[in-house]
Each structure stands twice: as structure tokens, then as C-alpha cells.
Write a protein that binds this ligand. Structure first.
Ligand code: FAD
Ligand code: NAD
Length: 473
């Protein structure tokens, strides 16, 4: 096998594998070095996203939502279900099958695109060489014209709650419970905490989230965050703010000690999930003489085009600045591959959508009202509740709203914030609108099918100029 490639990508997650496929499409000889080994012992492409992140979490969110529908919400439609049984092992097996199908699909795409998959750990040496340590220990050195570093990130651990892999786990472990914990504790009410909390709460756990900050979801528009918080409270998610965890003791169960405004507190849970953020995978990624620069937070230092301080060496995905999102990394991967092939690559960091896959879902793009106020940007906003749309009523899924924010003078859309059913799909319209620099008037004049949830986006856009039809303005 040749050890010389036009492009060597280190990391086969959504940033790295997309970069590799795009590079191969553009005629570059390409190899991907990836060290991930799935729980069955098999090397597996797709990184965190496909193996232990986006995909398995969404598989469990969907399964748990089906269960919750049958046991809770179908009765409102006149459907009575009895004898419903939960088979957690089968649910986890289905999730594993979804993962395997998708990760196997990436391997097929690599074959179809003539991409070499090198299974092992990659380390950048000087002069664009990559040293690979295979899973069995042998080492070999490859030479590249261009190197793309895409090693991703891993969960942050905290000393107050060291993982034991059984009762105290991180997000990987929360995807693998073989029964529903009666009481589930979660440290961190961020994206993973809310998604995994939703899964196990729908299946019957009593879920308590301990959040260090006083505010719920600070990056989210606070009107939307408050609407979501109220829904989560109704669902029984017990979120405790300003909670500083001091220790977690395991015996038959876990006793979590924490301090908040009221003083010293504790809770007893059967399992504890630590999800307090993720940090970049830069350990043993490059040799000292490679002279790769990191930034002050430990991410690989890159410019707007993901170029590192070393010519011909790029870094993309979770290991560089910006949101830790699969689609952000993938876009960076495509951009870098295109630039390497001499094309103009570009990522618009202003229009990266975010989604939190709870029920109701939370989705947004662009800036929040709080950020605009802080920046002194004049704006107008319009809102519309899903409960006032025929479709949400027909679905019996009424909670939530859409908020459209536009510049007060130019009317250009600055942000769209949604909490409600299918927010993850609805946000795409807002992303396209912002990508094309649309005004709220453009959205207001766009015909939306009736009856659809997207009518709430239309009405929120109309509401910016106080002319929504199905509400008093
Ligand atoms: P990764 O996906 O982490 O891939 C990096 C790969 O490189 C891994 O296979 C790793 O083993 C390998 N690697 C690391 N170092 C080396 C090395 N030196 N040599 C060889 N290989 C190496 N994002 C979303 O957009 N939507 C979601 O719904 C979503 N849900 C998530 C749910 C959970 C539970 C978690 C944990 C994350 C979720 N994310 C989600 C975040 C998303 O998974 C990451 O943003 C994304 O995977 C980052 O892609 P990446 O390619 O940069 O890195
Ligand atoms: P996060 O940053 O979303 O949330 C972590 C939370 O933990 C924050 O609210 C923080 O204030 C809190 N926290 C930090 N230290 C704490 C402590 N010691 N005690 C109590 N609370 C503490 O991080 P996450 O939930 O671990 O997720 C990591 C990243 O993975 C996300 O930021 C996101 O980029 C990505 N992700 C995305 C999705 C999605 O797109 N749907 C889903 C899951 C994960």
C-alpha cells in the first residue's frame, strides 16, 4: 500500500469523513486515520457522532418518544393502549443496529470513493508526516501533501464525581443502561443533560439535573428557554440551578452532595450521568517538533479557513473554535477539501443552526434578543404560538412558539428561535432565509402550505410588522 497521499485526514468523524469524501471527489488521493473502536471491539468510522453521539442519542430519543406516546399522549386521540411493555435491551439493540448500519455505510462510501481507511492512532510529525500506531501496536509513517486534523472531542470529567463506568457514567454510559434507573441524577443541564434526561424520564426515571449556573440554557433566546423550561418542569424534569457538586459517593446507589443558595444538599440516585461539556482531543496528536499552535483554551489554533499555523495543515470540527456540532465540522471539512483542490471554500459561521432534541424541540439560528441588546443593535421581533395553528391543534401538540428577530432599520432577519414540535425541521427555512439575507418581509410574503407547522414561522414573520392574522397584534 502506498504511504504517500495528497490528503491524510486524522479522525473519521463527521468533520473528517466529509473532508475525505469531498477531497476524493475532487481527485485527491486520500487516506483517513481513525482510532475509534466500537463496544463490540470492531474499528468503526463516524466518530463520536455516529457511534456514541448524535445518532444513538436520537435513536433512543425516538424510541422513548414512541413509548411515551403510547403510554401517555395517545389517549387524547381516543386511542387506548393496554398491556404495553418496555424492553430496554431491545431498545438498546435497535439503537446499536442503527449505529452499525450508518457506520458501515461510511465504510462503503470510502470504498466507493477509493479512500484508504487506516485503522489506528495518528500523530502529526514535522513536514506533514503522519505516524500511525496500529491497534496491535505496529507503527508506520505516512507522507501527505496536506494534512487535515479532525480528532474531535471527549467528555470533561470532574473530580467531584469520578466515573466508575457502572453507576457514575458520562454520555457514552447513558446510552447503554440495560434497565431504567428508578432515580437518575445528571450533572449539567446542557444539551446532553436535557436530551439524555428526556430519554430516561420518558421511560420512567425520576430525573434530577444539577446545574452549576443560575440561568437555564444561556446561549438560547431567553423567552424560548423559559417556554422550554416550563414544559420540562411539567414533564417532571427536576432542574436545580446554582448547584455546585462537591462529591458523589457510590455504594448500592449514589449519594450526590452539592451546595446551592440554601446551603449543603444531597440527593440519592441509582445512576449518575456527568455531562458538563466536552474538550478537544489534542493528546498525543502531534509531536513537539511539528510546532503546531494551540489557542489559550487548548483548541487547535486556526484562521477563518481552518488553516493552522503550519502550511498545508488544517484542523476542523470539535477540535477548533466554534460550536461543537456535527454539521459545523462537516461544512469545515468540505471547505478545506475544496481549498486544497484550488477552489474557494467557505463556511458561513453566522448561519449554523442549533437543535436540542427534547420535546418540545428547541432550534435556533442567528442571534438572540439578549445578544443583540448587549451589542446595541436595533431590532424588532415577532412571535407566534404553535397553539394558534390548526396543524398543532390537529396533532394535539400545542406547546411552544416561533420568534423572528429582524433589524429595526433594514428588516434583515438576525435570528429565528423556535421551541415546539418539529423545530429541528422548521429551522431549515430560517437558515435558508438568513443565508440569502432575507428580510422578515420576504418570509412574510412567502406562501406557506396550510395546515402546517411552518405557518407559525410565517405568522411570526408577519408579527414582526404587527400584521399576524391569527393573533391580536
Ligand atoms: P468526532 O466525531 O469526535 O470524531 C473524531 C474521530 O477521530 C473519532 O473517531 C476519534 O476516535 C478519532 N481520533 C481522535 N484522535 C485521533 C488520533 N490521534 N488518531 C486517529 N483517530 C483519532 N452534534 C450535532 O450536531 N447534533 C446532535 O444531535 C448531536 N448530539 C450529540 C449527542 C451526544 C451524546 C454527544 C456526545 C455529542 C453530540 N453532538 C451532536 C456533537 C457531535 O457528536 C460532535 O460535534 C461531532 O461528532 C464532532 O465531529 P468531529 O468529526 O469533529 O469529531
Ligand atoms: P453543554 O455545554 O451543553 O452543557 C454543560 C452544562 O453543564 C452547562 O449548562 C454548564 O453550565 C454545566 N456545568 C459545567 N460544569 C458543571 C458542574 N461542575 N456542575 C454542574 N453543572 C456544570 O455540554 P454537554 O451537554 O456536555 O454537551 C457537550 C456538547 O456536545 C454540546 O455543547 C454540543 O456542542 C454537543 N452536543 C450537541 C447536541 C445537539 O446538537 N443536539 C447534543 C448533545 C451534545
Amino acid at each position: 500500500m502506498s504511504k504517500h497521499f495528497d490528503v491524510i485526514v486524522v479522525g473519521g468523524g463527521p468533520a473528517g469523513y466529509v473532508a475525505a469524501i469531498r477531497a476524493a471527489q475532487l481527485g485527491q488521493s486520500t487516506a483517513v486515520v481513525d482510532n475509534f473502536v466500537y463496544k463490540d471491539g470492531e474499528p468503526s468510522l463516524g466518530g463520536t457522532c455516529l457511534n456514541v453521539g448524535c445518532i444513538p442519542s436520537k435513536a433512543l430519543l425516538d424510541s422513548s418518544e414512541q413509548y411515551h406516546k403510547v403510554t401517555n399522549t395517545l389517549s387524547a386521540h381516543g386511542i387506548k393502549a393496554s398491556g404495553v411493555e418496555l424492553d430496554v435491551k431491545a431498545m438498546i439493540q435497535r439503537k446499536d443496529r442503527v449505529v452499525k448500519d450508518l457506520t458501515g455505510g461510511i465504510a462503503q462510501l470510502f470504498k466507493a470513493n477509493n479512500i484508504t481507511w487506516v485503522q489506528g492512532h495518528g500523530k502529526l510529525l514535522e513536514n506533514k508526516q503522519v505516524q500511525v500506531t496500529r491497534h496491535k501496536g505496529e507503527q508506520e509513517t505516512y507522507q501527505a501533501e496536506n494534512v487535515i486534523l479532525a480528532p474531535g472531542s471527549r467528555p470533561i470529567d470532574i473530580d467531584a464525581a469520578p466515573l466508575d463506568g457502572k453507576r457514575i457514567v458520562n454520555s457514552d454510559g447513558a446510552l447503554e443502561f440495560d434497565e431504567v434507573p428508578k432515580r437518575l441524577g445528571i450533572i449539567g443541564a446542557g444539551v446532553i443533560g436535557l436530551e439524555m434526561g428526556s430519554v430516561w424520564s420518558r421511560l420512567g426515571s425520576k430525573v434530577t439535573l444539577l446545574e452549576a449556573q443560575d440561568q437555564f440554557l444561556p446561549p438560547v433566546d431567553q423567552r424560548v428557554a423559559k417556554a422550554a423550561q416550563a414544559e420540562f418542569k411539567k414533564q417532571g424534569l427536576d432542574i436545580r440551578f446554582g448547584a455546585r457538586v462537591t462529591s458523589a459517593k457510590t455504594a448500592k446507589n449514589v449519594t450526590v452532595h452539592y451546595e446551592d443558595k440554601k446551603g449543603k444538599q444531597s440527593i440519592q440516585v441509582d445512576k449518575l450521568v456527568v455531562c458538563v461539556g466536552r474538550r478537544p482531543n489534542t493528546g498525543d496528536l502531534f509531536s513537539e517538533d511539528a510546532n503546531l499552535l494551540l489557542d489559550e483554551r487548548g483548541f487547535i489554533n486556526v484562521d477563518d479557513h481552518c488553516q493552522t499555523n503550519l502550511p498545508g495543515v488544517y484542523a476542523i470540527g470539535d477540535v477548533v473554535r466554534g460550536p461543537m456540532l456535527a454539521h459545523k465540522g462537516s461544512e469545515e471539512g468540505a471547505m478545506v477539501a475544496e481549498m486544497i483542490a484550488g477552489q474557494p471554500g467557505h463556511v458561513n459561521y453566522e448561519t449554523i443552526p442549533w437543535v436540542i432534541y427534547t420535546h418540545p424541540e428547541i432550534a435556533w439560528v442567528g442571534r438572540t434578543e439578549e445578544a443583540l441588546k448587549a451589542a446595541g443593535v436595533p431590532f424588532r421581533s415577532g412571535t407566534f404560538n404553535f397553539g394558534a395553528t390548526g396543524r398543532a391543534r390537529a396533532m394535539e401538540d400545542l406547546a411552544g412558539m416561533v420568534k423572528v428577530i429582524a433589524h429595526a432599520e433594514t428588516d434583515r432577519i438576525l435570528g429565528v428561535h423556535i421551541v415546539g414540535p418539529q423545530a429541528s425541521e422548521l429551522i431549515a427555512e430560517a437558515v435558508v432565509a438568513m443565508e440569502f439575507h432575507a428580510s422578515s418581509e420576504d418570509l412574510a410574503r412567502t406562501i406557506h402550505a396550510h395546515p402546517t407547522l411552518s405557518e407559525a414561522v410565517h405568522e411570526a414573520a408577519l408579527s414582526v410588522s404587527r400584521r399576524a392574522i391569527h393573533k391580536a397584534n
